[in-house]
Design a protein around this ligand. Sequence first.
Ligand code: JFZ
Length: 435
Amino acid sequence: MKKFIPTIVVLLMSIAGGAQNGYLPATGNIDARNKFQDNKFGIFLHWGIYSMLGEGEWVMNNRNINYIEYSKLAGGFYPSKFNADEWVKAIKTAGAKYITITARHHDGFSMFGTKSDGYNIVDATPFGRDVLKELATACRREGISLHFYYSHLDWHRLDYPLGRTGRWLGRPANRQDWRSYYAFMNKQLTELLTGYGPIGAIWFDGFWDHDSDDKPFDWQLGKQYELIHKLQPACLIGNNHHEVPFEGEDIQIFERDLPGENKAGYSGKNGISALPLETCETMSRCWGYNITDSLYKTSKELIHLIVRAAGRNANLLLNIGPQPDGQLPAAAAQRLGEIGKWMSTYGETIYGTRGGIIAPHEWGVSTQKGNKLYVHILNLQDKGLFLPVDNSKITNAVMFNNHTKVNFTRSKYGITIELPSVPKDIDCVVELTVK
Ligand code: JFZ
């Protein structure tokens, strides 16, 4: 990732990428944005034929695998244990409200029965089943919203105009044809938005493949976004371009960082917009299944991520890389169960909330809904805690989990709450009633 691109180039790229005069979101789209923010927690699934190699979704590029050799993986893809209902149930039990799954990742393999390219799970694998269709049915039954990840960049097709990745995969350079590739993407997007019921969001990725071009690359996003909103006005558009959202986008995406952070190095140009925010993060180290990646975050760390995201007014999209046999890794399933246990008690302090009036601190964050302000204490070695709030507005304080009273004193700049003991829970939630 290039961290220091001159402002003017960024500006030009923004114009080239987002040109679309006066996008006015439909009423249904505004409602969908609110619903999306209420949902707070989703599960990201990176699944494709790369799972068979067990080295993540970038293996084709990282190992410079010839595109014809790579495509032979499809002939052996038979995820015999795949069961959409089981996935959706496990994810729903965790308290997640939506699933974002890779319809087509950078390797160019479509995980759905597309008519636009034979290189897809129905036509090119012995499995022959449209897993997105099965997921769509299971999601609808369980009331889970379905979102599609869609890669703008492609390491397989010959018509894709080569960017800065996928350069050593053996593709002839003389077949690149933007018009053909653009038409292909729009055909696929049309299929995804007409054959799978209501889609919560399209999550684009790969814009950055052309961030090192000599002149700004025009992805013609404006017309593509118009097409999506014409087919499904309520479908939200997000693009993982690591910049402030372009016109026509409905959510702002952050990768591996909460809004306002830049630990991963992707968010340097990413101011915080007024649109709904979503941060994506992995459960282990990788997105796609990695056979040697056993370093999973603990359930406590993952719950803290959900809470810290909510306190920053953002959703958390938490990733799992399903195995080649179609099952979720056991470690991931275990985390889902533990998160679900916590959510069944504390979900009320997360779902439907917005970031609270007390700004995020090292000790934790606050969320807010109606006249309740939830103070989430995640890291405190003390019984007393000063909270910078207008003290005349706070009428009551109780522990959220058992409703016992929490004493507090008022001072000029806020209140100081006195907890019954030094907090030991994953998240010690104090519920304040606000006038
Ligand atoms: C992208 C994907 O490449 C990755 O496979 C995964 O899907 C993740 C959620 O999103 O991550 C990026 C984004 C940008 C760069 C690299 C990886 N970049 O700028 O080089």
